[in-house]
Ligand binder design. Sequence first.
Ligand SMILES: Cc1cc2nc3c(=O)[nH]c(=O)nc-3n(C[C@H](O)[C@H](O)[C@H](O)COP(=O)(O)O)c2cc1C
Length: 173
Amino acid sequence: MKRPEPRNEEIELKNNVYIESDTDPKGIITYANDYFAEISGYTPEELVGQPHNIVRHPDMPKILFKILWDRLKEGKNFIAAVKNLAKDGRYYWVFTDFETVRDAQGNITGYKAIRKKISHHVTDVLDPLYRKLTEIEKEGGMEASEKYLHQFLTEHGEDITVDNLLENIHRLY
Ligand SMILES: Cc1cc2nc3c(=O)[nH]c(=O)nc-3n(C[C@H](O)[C@H](O)[C@H](O)COP(=O)(O)O)c2cc1C
């Protein structure tokens, strides 16, 4: 599928309506709710069966997804702010709760993401940080962006990590 050309226009999300999707263990979409379809501009049929990077925005740093997958493969949940790309090239930011789904034996059978609207106070801080990380990755790869990210977080407090970043976002202003 051809990648949409990003344009600098935001999609306004509704309060209290969730964008939900499920994936298999490889990140292939197995379920998309109606609001995901509405906001992304794809039909549920277009989404199901596709890798979840169908909505990946080029401003999102690779390191964020590496951390996400490391956490999920360890069976941990993860919370992150994600900038996504809609079919028409517009973007939308979401506060995303990623969870592992297990069978009765405890084996990971897939993953689930539940997303809601996120405040501009948060995205105003994260947008420049994510762009900077993406820029660094173009030059020095993920090793360089990982180093920058950890340095950036430590500068704002020894106890801020990617796992509690959103809780501590006010300290990054
Ligand atoms: C349940 C679940 C939901 C995901 N949702 C998104 C999403 O909304 N946007 C996104 O860019 N990546 C999402 N991802 C991560 C993608 O699988 C993928 O790692 C990411 O888009 C980076 O693409 P790449 O691995 O091809 O570089 C999700 C992964 C899982 C397991």
